[in-house]
Design a protein around this ligand. Structure first.
Ligand code: GLN
Length: 501
């Protein structure tokens, strides 16, 4: 641990402050997310206790939902950049939390302008808070401290505790007091998160501070990097190709995609320039590994996020949900993931740590590739479910429980591990930016998931589930095959991890 950090249960107390802040933030995020589509599609007549909805078609609602869930994570890139360059992570989290309180507060109002303004503020708030609070967790540990991975697993429990409580409580509040009470509750809870964060500042004294740089070398200047692009033929060429491709995409798809592609082209140019400027081969190699690991991240979330879409619909329409004479509500299956995380997070982290201490292979890349494979096997159970449905007209809910169990174990091998990995490998002055790129990758994964889910209406569930199963297992296997050279590129970033007293 860094010097002078008070501990509780072998972890710095700051971890628990960040745990609680993120728990309340995720409560507000997932609580609001759970009711968003329902609110948009609810009737404008206001003929039930929940009040007036927006009366949109489900296609319109799902389209906005897809963009929204992607944007909250894409905006993590500017969120990270602002922290690295201007204010440091600690202030970025603070401002993000305040903006989130405002956003959820505005959503209490019933006007349509309030709806869009509220969503916009939530996107900005999450973008500032989410990547930076994760980087701060990493900042609690010294290089080489084996407790870092476990710390991230504990932090991940906070995330899922928030999401579990939200899906249960917000659903109840909306059913009894209406949509805007649900949005309001998310706001109140975010205020709790903010109070907790401000109150816990003394335990975070050493993390997330913006360091004023004195020499030009250490300064983060995105403007200069873009300026240098003009003198870098190779990078400029790739950027021009990406921009042209974006414009073509704009022409054939809609303007939303066009803007997204342009934004991604701008980020790709920035990453290429950062890579060029990195002073040593070690940093360059680590940067490449990091970017390669983001490919795993996109594939993972692209498959995993079927949970809220296709698997949700499958549960609702094709699963026999009778249990001892009681029909289990579809929405309860959405809580399985968070519930399993809370049960298994520390167990899985403990298992890896034991392996590591025995000096066996347990690098982050290995865990992440294993995570993709385990998650992929979850889809095999969905294939069995579809086969049973085709034979007998409904399928057992046991398949879903097994699928979600495997998805969760896979998630625990990948998601908290990836967070931790980034804090080990990213060049220090771009730590938050790289965390932002990680979340943006998961945002793209969300979008891929939506596209895959939609295509089930053309190809059928069997093809989609078995396709995801084969693809993810093969990709995970390929990453394991190239693990040795990849690990070499990390230049021992994880080799010397040990218990630091
Ligand atoms: N469930 C995780 C969270 O809310 C996943 C985030 C992500 O990487 N997309 O933090």
């Amino acid at each position: 641990l860094k010097p002078h950090q008070k501990e509780l249960f072998g972890q710095p107390i700051g971890l628990y402050i960040l745990f609680l802040t993120e728990m309340w933030e995720r409560f507000s995020y997932y609580g609001m997310r759970a009711i968003l589509v329902l609110y948009m599609t609810a009737s404008t007549l206001g003929d039930d206790v929940r009040g007036v909805g927006l009366g949109w078609t489900s296609k319109e609602a799902l389209a906005l939902y897809g963009w929204y869930t992607m944007l909250v994570y894409i905006i993590a890139i500017p969120g990270g950049m602002i922290a690295d360059k201007l204010i440091g992570q600690k202030k970025a989290v603070l401002y993000g939390a305040i903006i989130l309180c405002l956003g959820h507060g505005v959503l209490v109002l019933t006007d349509i302008w309030a709806f869009y303004t509220g969503l916009g503020l939530v996107i900005i708030g999450v973008g500032l808070l989410k990547p930076n609070i994760s980087t701060m967790v990493g900042g609690l540990y010294q290089q080489g401290d084996i407790r870092r991975d476990k710390g991230f697993s504990i932090f991940y429990i906070g995330i899922n505790l928030g999401s579990l409580l939200a899906t249960v409580i917000v659903g109840f509040v909306v059913a009894n007091y209406g949509w805007h009470a649900g949005f309001g509750l998310a706001g109140v809870v975010m205020v709790l998160g903010l109070i907790n964060y401000i109150g816990g500042q003394k335990y975070l004294a050493q993390v997330g501070n913006h360091v004023e740089v004195t020499n030009a070398e250490d300064e983060v200047s995105y403007g200069k990097l873009y300026g240098k692009l003009l003198n870098s033929p190779k990078q400029l060429f790739i950027t021009v190709i990406l921009v042209v491709a974006s414009i073509i995409g704009w022409y054939f798809m809609d303007w939303g995609y066009g803007l997204l592609f342009l934004f991604l082209a701008a980020i790709a140019a920035l990453l290429m320039m950062i890579f060029r400027e990195l002073e040593s081969q070690v940093f360059k190699d680590r940067f490449i590994v990091l970017l390669l690991s983001f490919i795993m991240v996109i594939i993972f979330w692209g498959a995993f996020e079927q949970a809220g879409g296709l698997m949700n619909i499958y549960t609702d329409t094709k699963t026999d949900r009778m249990l001892l004479g009681w029909q289990v509500p579809t929405i309860m299956f959405q809580s399985l993931n968070a519930g399993f995380i809370i049960i298994f997070a520390t167990i899985i982290a403990g298992l890896w740590a034991k392996r590591k201490l025995k000096d066996k292979e347990a690098s982050s890349l290995f865990k992440m590739a294993t995570g993709i494979i385990i998650m992929g096997f979850g889809f095999l159970f969905m294939v069995f479910a579809v086969m049973e449905f085709e034979k007998s007209g409904s399928s057992s809910m046991l398949w879903l429980v097994l699928a979600y169990l495997f998805h969760t174990i896979g998630e625990l091998c990948l998601s908290p591990v990836a967070l931790s990995f980034i804090t080990k490998l990213a060049p220090a002055k771009y730590a938050s930016l790289m965390m932002g790129v990680y979340f943006a990758s998961s945002g793209l994964g969300n979008k891929v998931a939506g596209i895959l889910g939609e295509s089930a209406s053309d190809f059928g569930e069997y093809a989609i589930f078995s396709g995801i199963f084969s693809f993810t297992v093969i990709i995970g296997g390929l990453f394991i095959l190239i693990l040795k050279p990849l690990k070499r590129l990390t230049h021992g970033a994880e080799d010397n991890e040990h218990v630091i007293e």
